[in-house]
Design a protein around this ligand. Structure first.
Ligand code: CS2
Length: 493
């Protein structure tokens, strides 16, 4: 017998076992006040759950419409389920399932950009949140400026009525609201980028300024872009998640999402006139200054993740938990953190050694199978804020960077596309072709290969290739990696 597919009618008719939480509020009362661009596993296990918790505690009508900017698969999975899905919270001992109702529906931008624009421009849309990943902003990661030559940005400047990019959608929708005299929505960037609100405000203004400087000035004056720090480890969907959701709830779910128990959301409390849900009722921290939290998280969590992803992948580890079970990499991780912590001003009341101890526990959670390959993706967009900014600051203070240099060298080794056993690596990165061509042109000499990569100013800025201490440290680490392999190179730090 095939299991019944999760849907609103089935949920009402045959509730799951009592230990499975489900919407305790009236879904029919929700309105699409939040539009989320980039509906992936992360948002469904983070922002959508905070909103779900607020609805369960206080009621209200803050519903969410998701927008997929690229593919229809999330919509195809979620529409037959009326937007409902199962989350699986996985601790070191045991799993807790829950059915989430805060998502009302999903729009697929490439199929109908006009429908997305209409939703964004609608007076009922109060917040537009985003998780489009680092590469989804069409910016230059080193400088933080909009790339007018980015294919999607160039397309949207030429075809403003049918955008493809998040920035293009925001600009066009804000233009429509301004023209119609509708108050602007608040834009809530939830990607792992430094000063993400201010960064996105700058990108939208850059975009508008190309065509309409009045609009750009209005955006600068009237639209709020609070910064946020988001945190929860949410691996991509795995086949086994379907069976786990079914076993826990009794419903077949095509879109379950597994995640760790920990979550954190620090939000700059600067919203426009249309307000926000009381996310603090669900444990979000509303603050005047997100920067110290974001620094801590980007450098200590995401920086360590990237270091472990490249070194771990090269050493043959498929997941982060396998990587931290390897004594060589676990010891390296402690040295990495010891190198980074002095460059992180602690947020109020936060003890950084306690923070990294807790991170090690989170990384070691055996129920979370977070693939090194997944985290290794898009390194060109991640390195600047995760590793390079810290390296720059240490060198400016006259401090050595052996652990950071090894992580950067491991990225370079990975970007070469061949692993330590001689097998091809499936390098996913918007700059993959450029990285490959750069390394091919540089030939076999390790110093020449590193020098060529460091000349990619989109990643390394204008300065790092000219800093002898940086070049020497990364080149030495790269030679070590080539000669002795990732485990031995990590153990030698
Ligand atoms: C990871 C993040 O994929 C990655 O690059 O470092 O997705 C990480 O799991 C989250 O930022 C944790 O909050």
């Amino acid at each position: 017998m095939t299991a019944p597919r999760l849907s609103a009618a089935r949920l009402a008719a045959a509730p799951p076992p009592p230990e499975v939480a489900r919407p305790g509020y009236d879904r029919a009362a929700l309105r699409p006040a939040i539009v989320h661009l980039g509906l992936g596993a992360f948002f469904r296990a983070h922002g959508a759950l905070y909103t779900e918790d607020v609805l369960n505690r206080q009621g209200g009508d803050w519903g969410i419409v998701g927008v997929s900017l690229q593919r229809p698969d999330q919509r195809d999975r979620l529409a037959p389920q009326d937007g409902l899905y199962t989350t699986l919270e996985r601790g070191p001992v045991g799993e807790r399932a829950r059915i989430v109702g805060s998502l009302l529906g999903v729009l697929v931008a490439p199929e109908d950009p006009a429908a997305v624009l209409a939703r964004l421009a609608d007076a009922g849309t109060h917040i537009v949140s985003l998780t489009v990943t680092e590469k989804g902003y069409g910016h230059d990661p080193a400088s933080g400026r909009l790339r007018l030559d980015h294919p999607d940005i160039a397309h949207d400047l030429a075809n403003p009525a049918a955008p493809r990019s998040a920035v293009g959608f925001l600009a066009r929708a804000l233009q429509a609201r301004r023209a119609a005299g509708i108050a602007p929505f608040t834009v809530l960037c939830c990607d792992n980028l430094p000063h993400n609100g201010a960064l996105l405000a700058g990108l939208v203004q850059d975009f508008c300024r190309v065509q309409d400087s009045d609009l750009a000035d209005w955006v600068a004056r009237e639209v709020c872009f609070p910064s946020t720090m988001v945190d929860r480890i949410v691996p991509a969907l795995a086949e086994a998640d379907h069976a786990a959701a079914l076993a826990a709830t009794g419903f077949a779910d095509e879109a379950p999402v597994g995640h760790e128990p920990f979550r954190q959301w620090v939000i700059e409390d600067r919203f426009g006139p249309l307000g926000r849900p009381a996310w603090e009722a669900a444990g979000a921290q509303l603050t005047q200054d997100v920067a110290p939290f974001e620094h801590m998280k980007l450098r200590l969590l995401n920086g360590a993740h990237s270091a472990l992803a490249y070194l771990g992948y090269l050493a043959g580890h498929k997941t982060i938990v396998e990587a931290v079970q390897d004594p060589a990499l676990r010891d390296y991780l402690q040295r990495f953190w010891a190198e980074v912590r002095p460059m992180v001003p602690p947020p109020p009341g936060q003890d950084l050694a306690g923070y990294t101890d807790a991170l090690l526990q989170r990384f070691a959670n055996p129920a979370i199978r977070h693939r090194t390959w997944q985290i290794a993706m898009d390194g060109s967009q991640k390195l600047p804020q995760r590793l390079l900014a810290t390296a720059r600051e240490r060198l400016a203070a006259g401090l050595p960077i052996p652990a950071l240099a090894l992580a950067i060298a491991a990225w370079a080794r990975y970007a070469g596309g061949v692993d330590e056993a001689g097998a091809a690596i499936d390098v996913r990165d918007p700059m993959a072709a450029e990285l490959r061509a750069t390394l091919q042109a540089a030939g076999d000499d390790p110093a020449a290969r590193i020098a060529a990569l460091l000349r990619l100013t989109k990643i390394f800025g204008d300065d790092l290739a000219g800093l002898p201490a940086f070049v020497a440290a990364v080149t030495a680490a790269y030679r070590h990696l080539l000669r002795h392999g990732a485990r031995a190179a990590a153990a030698a730090i």
